[in-house]
Design a protein around this ligand. Sequence first.
Ligand SMILES: [Ca+2]
Ligand SMILES: [Ca+2]
Length: 225
Amino acid sequence: MKRVWQFTGLLIGASLFSPSNALAHVIGITIDSFDTPQEVGELGASQVAENGGIILGGFRDLSGNASINNSVSSGSGLMTWDGDDSPFTVDTTGLGGLDLTQDGEATDFEVEILLSDLSGMQLTLNVFDMNSNVSTLSRVFNSAILTPTTELFSFTTFTGTADFTNIGAIQLRVAGPPEIDVQIGSIETFGPHSQGPLPVPESSSSLALLSGAMLLVASRKIRRR
Ligand SMILES: [Ca+2]
Ligand SMILES: [Ca+2]
């Protein structure tokens, strides 16, 4: 039986009031900057290429009654990052064996929640390795989120058997009670080095890393206000 979503809104897009989208972490990768609009349409699922945004693997699948746009969207749904394939299935080899841990340096997913206007939003992350093993972490938010919040999903708290050093696909499901409106700003991976003290440059080749860290420090100060 086809499931009918009753949500009034899932808004996913670039944020004017969040500075983090433009910042590079020293450790971590952007899975989706949500700068690329997308709608599901009547078929119930679609795929878009990144088209100037940042999307891991170059393509985003979206299913459910959802749309992604910088200004207006509605619905709820399931996003899948699994390369160029059918939006109706998960290609568990679509990302080609990505080391999500970056040799053990990255430790968390970082989901930027811009808004959840009601309590009861549920975020679920699924990670598939190249051998179709799956690990899952789900979290329910018992309060509304009315100011931008960065939520960490530590790799070590997932349940399942996926090898995080050999990843083929990633999914994020957004769910909640009827009438909820949700805005997600970005999803990235994250490591402790990206929020720690600035690294001491060992050679001129470290300058790029240093400038990234300085940008991040500025970002954290802005966020604290
Ligand atoms: Ca895909
Ligand atoms: Ca797919």
